[in-house]
Design a protein around this ligand. Structure first.
Ligand code: C2E
Ligand code: MG
Ligand code: MG
Length: 423
């Protein structure tokens, strides 16, 4: 249709060009181009207009390059320009902007004037590869990166980005296997009552026991699990495991489980929780779920409805990382919450930093008015602890009191053999 070479012919020419370039020790460049929003034009104005746009775009590309260069069409709206003896990457980038500028001039097709932009990924041989398919693939990767950043420009292939993309892919595959094989475990971090110094319960914190030996922290895989749609499976396992473990503790102790926004709004979380409580026999009042302010953002009505169902079941609810997100104080009053957890970023600088002191005091005052109890997170020093106790904070959690530890270690700690419980 455009009269341009296709992918097969392109690969053929690319192979020849690379062979010659190697002999003559001259860098070559591959520019991978893609029209932005072509599909929208095709869908709204019809295929005839779409085809004509591609023909005109092809013509502009042909005139923008040197005679000895090749332009090929290798997919719907994907074009590749192959340039030998490019000099250096800067030259290639210069040509890319020239080509992109040529495409930005509005196209006139039938009665339409169409403004189209394009994105371009660039790979240079020999730096980015010396084999045709590899080079093409890397230009494509650069294009993908360019699009991910909003498109409309060009981008040179970057090995670091490629490495990161590769690492992420490996993490994804690993996570898939971790779910199948159950490679997760929970650590428990004690929470204490500040007035009496006794343990009130523990927060369950998930870890991934990677087969290569590393204990992967949740920050590295929970967001990925959410994106991949795995958070439901992981969350259900965490809940069941935590409830089962809590039954081995003295009956006054509570277990807190983190629940992410996705879990709360997208899955039938209440049904799962009810089922797990029945199955394990844990009294609902001993279970607390920790939600974050962000959990209420995407679909507040749904999230609040779920929280109310949880409350009816008798489950306790805590607001985690309080103060770091979007806190609607009006909403806070209506939420069925028992506890606020002051984020460790505020606790960290008390009592030295007067600003943080004011924030912590304000949260404590607010909680008192709303009749919510307060847990301070991330308590690491005696002076922080003393400050919090003096200001009437109810509970505390942090490295000073206990680090998150495996289940058996937490039980040992409860039996008093390893931790001098703070008075
Ligand atoms: P979070 O709920 O705010 O948990 C507290 C984090 O602070 C934990 O990190 C804990 O190890 C750490 N921490 C505790 N005491 C101290 C301290 O004194 N100083 C400092 N600097 N840090 C302290 P971790 O275990 O890496 O967990 C990170 C986050 O991952 C959690 O933040 C929570 O949002 C999420 N997460 C953990 N487990 C789960 C889970 O089962 N499900 C979901 N959805 N999220 C989880
Ligand atoms: Mg938490
Ligand atoms: Mg927190």
């Amino acid at each position: 249709m455009t009269g341009l070479p296709n992918r097969a012919l392109l690969l053929d020419r690319l192979t020849q060009t690379l062979a010659r370039a190697e002999r003559e020790q001259q860098p070559s460049a591959v520019l991978f181009l893609d029209l932005d929003r072509f599909k929208a034009i095709n869908d709204s104005l019809g295929h005839a207009v779409g085809d004509e746009l591609l023909r005109q775009a092809a013509e502009r590309l042909r005139t923008a390059i040197r005679k000895e260069d090749t332009v090929a069409r290798i997919g719907g709206d994907e074009f590749v320009i192959l340039m030998a003896e490019i000099g250096d990457a800067e030259n290639a980038a210069g040509i890319a902007s020239k080509v992109l500028a040529a495409l930005r001039v509005p196209f006139v097709i039938e009665e339409h004037e169409l403004s189209v932009s394009a994105s371009c990924g660039i790979a240079i041989s020999p730096a980015d590869g010396t084999e045709a398919p590899v080079l093409l693939q890397r230009a494509d990767t650069a294009l993908y990166q360019c699009k991910a950043d909003g498109g409309g420009g060009y981008r040179l292939f970057d090995r670091d980005i490629d490495r990161r993309a590769h690492a992420r892919l490996q993490l994804e595959q690993g996570l898939r296997r971790a779910i199948e094989l159950g490679e997760f475990l929970l650590h428990y971090q004690a929470q204490i009552d500040l007035a009496s110094g006794t343990v009130t319960g523990a927060e369950a914190l998930v870890r991934w026991q990677h087969p290569e030996g590393r204990l992967v922290p949740p920050g590295e895989f929970i967001p990925l699990a959410e994106n991949m749609g795995y958070i439901g499976a992981i969350g259900e396992w965490v809940l069941r495991e935590a409830c089962t473990e809590a039954l081995r503790w003295p009956p006054a102790l509570r277990v807190s489980v983190n629940v992410s926004a996705r879990q709360l709004t997208q899955l039938d979380f209440t049904a799962t929780a009810r089922e797990i409580l029945e199955e394990t026999g844990l009294p609902p009042g001993r279970l607390e779920i920790e939600i974050t302010e962000s959990a209420l953002m995407s679909d507040p009505a749904r999230a609040i409805a779920t929280l109310e169902e949880m409350q009816e079941l008798g489950i306790q609810i805590a607001m985690d990382d309080f103060g770091t997100g979007y806190s609607s104080l009006g909403q806070l009053k209506r939420l069925p919450l028992q506890r606020l957890k002051i984020d460790k970023s505020f606790v960290q600088d008390v009592p030295e930093d007067p600003n943080e002191v004011v924030i912590v005091e304000a949260i404590l005052g607010l909680a008192r008015q709303l009749k919510r109890s307060v847990v301070a997170e991330g308590v690491e020093t005696e002076s922080q602890l003393a400050f919090l106790r003096e200001r009437g904070c109810d509970e505390a959690q942090g490295y000073l009191i206990a680090k998150p530890v495996p289940a058996a270690e937490f039980r040992a700690l409860l039996s008093g053999s390893t931790m001098p419980l703070l008075k």
